[in-house]
Write a protein that binds this ligand. Structure first.
Ligand SMILES: N[C@@H](CCC(=O)N[C@@H](CS)C(=O)NCC(=O)O)C(=O)O
Length: 253
């Protein structure tokens, strides 16, 4: 069986979702990081669309976090992220679809509106894991990339406000859904929990994340984090990371 290869952005919640699934299921895999803003030709060449994550499994390239997890569930059924009962599975997949389609992009838009003006910090966060010369070059070109990133992700004042509202709704939903049993569906960790926790993770950046954005933070980032700090939804996200993020199955080349 070929070793799966994940093409990713290190500082990205949709990519974190797939990393977590690979790690949770203990699937040995390679990771290849790309730089946001310079990734497009390679990603289109691989997958016919421009977004990451993309998983290569043998001759197959699969784009989209939900599609990738579905592929992994079929090919590596152990430690399933899908609940056993059909009813619970349907509910878990519905929750995944809501976070994928209606939450992830909003959280990102709100966060980026706030932190992109802090060029040095954002460039360092986006280029983690690259060599020093690459990071320096990326930092220098970053101010020129910001307007392109903003246009592409529709980062506007209005988008920011809608993003804040949706982020708060998502945290409220998490707190309500998990109040009784601690999990989104039934009393076990599933794809619904993994999706909610990873896509709303940028509200609290738990320490178990496989990338780090070390303090001191610029005020833009501090303001963002303190906005969500006391929400019970972020306490749940931190709990999920602590209990279930587990160890990495990444292979070193
Ligand atoms: N629906 C996709 C969304 C993936 C996504 O939004 N990826 C972002 C990074 S978080 C991306 O690749 N952005 C760069 C671009 O659109 O060119 C999924 O579930 O994987």
């Amino acid at each position: 069986m070929a070793v799966p290869e994940l093409f990713q952005f290190s500082f990205s919640h949709y990519n974190e979702k797939v990393r977590w699934a690979l790690d949770y299921k203990s699937i040995p895999h390679y990771r290849h990081s790309l730089l946001p803003g310079t990734h497009i030709p390679q990603v289109i060449w691989m997958s016919g669309q421009k977004q990451l994550p993309v998983l290569r499994d043998g001759q197959k390239f699969i784009a989209g976090s939900g599609e990738i997890i579905d592929h992994l569930e079929q090919r590596y059924p152990k430690r399933s992220l899908y609940p056993r009962s059909l009813h619970a599975r349907k509910r878990a997949l519905e929750i995944q679809a809501w976070f994928d389609g209606q939450v992830g992009a909003h959280v990102r838009r709100a966060l980026f509106h706030q932190i992109l003006p802090a060029h040095r910090f954002s460039a360092a966060a986006f280029s983690q894991g690259f060599s020093r010369p690459v990071r320096t070059a990326y930092r220098l070109m970053f101010p020129g990339l910001v307007p392109i990133l903003k246009l592409d992700m529709r980062i506007t004042r209005k988008g920011y406000e809608a993003g804040l509202t949706r982020t708060e709704e998502a945290l409220d939903f998490i707190a309500e859904q998990t109040a009784a049993e601690g999990y989104m569906v039934g009393d076990k960790f599933s794809v619904a929990d993994l999706t909610a926790a990873s896509l709303v993770m940028p509200t609290c950046f738990p320490p178990e994340l496989p990338f780090n954005i070390d303090p001191p933070y610029p005020t833009e980032m501090d303001d963002w984090l303190s906005r969500w700090r006391d929400h019970p939804g972020t306490a749940w996200i931190r709990r999920m990371y602590y209990r279930h993020r587990g160890s990495s199955a990444e292979l070193t080349p």
